[in-house]
Ligand binder design. Structure first.
Ligand SMILES: CCCCCCCCCCCCCCCC(=O)SCCNC(=O)CCNC(=O)[C@H](O)C(C)(C)COP(=O)(O)OP(=O)(O)OC[C@H]1O[C@@H](n2cnc3c(N)ncnc32)[C@H](O)[C@@H]1OP(=O)(O)O
Length: 260
C-alpha cells in the first residue's frame, strides 16, 4: 500500500513537472487551452485535498506472457540481460540498454499526458495494443541503446495478421516498422510524426514468426529525424524487410490543428 501511495504521488509530481515551463497558450488553440487549464486546476485542487488519483498501475504490454513462443522468450531474455546493471568494485553501473514499457494509450502515461489523452479522445487506444487476446496480433518489446542511437524490437506475429496465406500482411509489417522507427525517433527527438516511410519487402514472413526489427538513427537535419530499419530472423540469417523513415518534430499543438 505504501509503495502504491509513493508511486501515485510520484506520478502526480511527474504530471506537474511535465507541464512546467510549457507555454500552453502557444501550443494549443484558445478553446483547447481553456479545457486543459480547467482540468489542470481541478487536478491541483483535488491533489491538495485528497489522495487522488490512486488508479491501478498501467499494464505494460511488453512483459512476457503465455502466448510467447520459446524463441520469443529466449531473445527477450537475451536483451533483457543487457539491461541489467554490472557490478564493478562493489558499484552498480548501468549499461546503455533499456527496455521500454508499452501501454495501450499513446500519451496517457507520459507526464501530463492524461489530460491531452482525454482531450484528444478518451476511447482511443494504440493500434498495436488494442486486441485483448494474447498472441493474436502484435506481441513485441522494444529495447533501446541510447549511446548507439539504435533500438531492437523482438516481434512475434499473431494469427490475426495474415496477408498472403500463411504469411504476415504487409500492412502489419509496415505498422511494426512505423512503430519501432517512430519509437526510436521519439526517444531521440521528442514529439514527432511520420512524414515518409519507404519499405522494401525482401521475403515473405511466415505467420507466427519471431523476428528482430533493428532501427538506427541515420541523421538529424533541423526538425527532420531519418531512421533506417531492417527486419530479420532472430539469428539474422534471413532478411525479410528493409525500410527508411523520416520523422518531423512537431509541437503538441500540431495534434490540435495548430501550426505553431
Ligand atoms: C506526440 C506524440 C507522442 C507519442 C508517444 C507515443 C509512443 C508510442 C509509440 C508509437 C510510435 C508510433 C509512431 C507512429 C507515428 C505515426 O504513424 S504518425 C501518423 C502518420 N503521419 C501523419 O499523419 C503525418 C501527417 N503529416 C503532417 O502532419 C505534416 O505533413 C508533418 C509530417 C508534421 C510535416 O508538416 P510540417 O510540420 O508543416 O513540416 P514542414 O515545414 O512541411 O516540413 C519540415 C521539413 O520536413 C520536410 N518534409 C515534410 N514532409 C516530408 C515528406 N513527406 N517527405 C520528405 N520531406 C518532408 C520538409 O521538406 C521540411 O524540410 P526542411 O525545409 O527542414 O529541409
Amino acid at each position: 500500500m505504501l509503495g502504491q501511495i509513493v508511486r501515485s504521488l510520484g506520478r502526480m509530481q511527474q504530471l506537474s513537472n511535465g507541464l512546467k515551463g510549457v507555454r500552453l497558450h502557444q501550443l494549443l488553440s484558445k478553446e483547447t487551452h481553456g479545457h486543459l487549464q480547467t482540468s489542470l486546476e481541478n487536478t491541483r485542487a483535488i491533489s491538495t485535498v485528497s489522495l487522488w488519483p490512486f488508479s491501478s498501475q498501467p499494464r505494460d504490454f511488453s512483459q512476457p506472457n503465455s502466448s510467447w513462443s520459446p524463441e520469443m522468450r529466449k531473445v527477450y531474455d537475451h536483451y533483457n540481460t543487457l539491461c541489467d546493471p554490472d557490478t564493478e568494485n562493489g558499484e552498480e553501473k548501468r549499461g546503455p540498454w533499456r527496455k521500454l514499457p508499452s501501454y495501450n494509450r499513446s500519451i496517457k502515461y507520459a507526464a501530463g499526458g492524461i489530460h491531452l489523452s482525454k482531450l484528444i479522445q478518451a476511447k482511443a487506444r494504440l493500434f498495436t495494443r488494442n486486441v485483448k487476446e494474447q498472441g493474436a496480433t502484435f506481441e513485441y518489446v522494444v529495447f533501446v541503446n541510447k549511446e548507439e542511437k539504435r533500438c531492437v524490437c523482438v516481434f512475434q506475429a499473431g494469427h490475426l495478421l495474415e496477408g498472403a496465406p500463411g504469411h504476415v500482411h504487409g500492412g502489419a509489417i509496415a505498422t511494426m516498422i512505423d512503430t519501432v522507427t517512430g519509437t526510436l525517433a521519439g526517444f531521440l527527438s521528442g514529439p514527432i510524426m511520420t512524414a515518409n516511410l519507404n519499405i522494401d519487402y525482401r521475403s515473405p514472413m511466415p505467420l507466427g514468426s519471431v523476428v528482430l526489427i533493428h532501427s538506427a538513427l541515420d541523421r538529424k537535419e533541423r526538425r527532420k529525424t531519418y531512421i533506417t530499419c531492417k527486419v530479420s530472423s532472430t539469428d539474422e540469417s534471413k532478411l525479410y524487410t528493409e525500410a527508411t523513415a523520416l520523422f518531423v518534430s512537431i509541437g503538441v499543438g500540431h495534434l490540435f490543428g495548430s501550426r505553431n
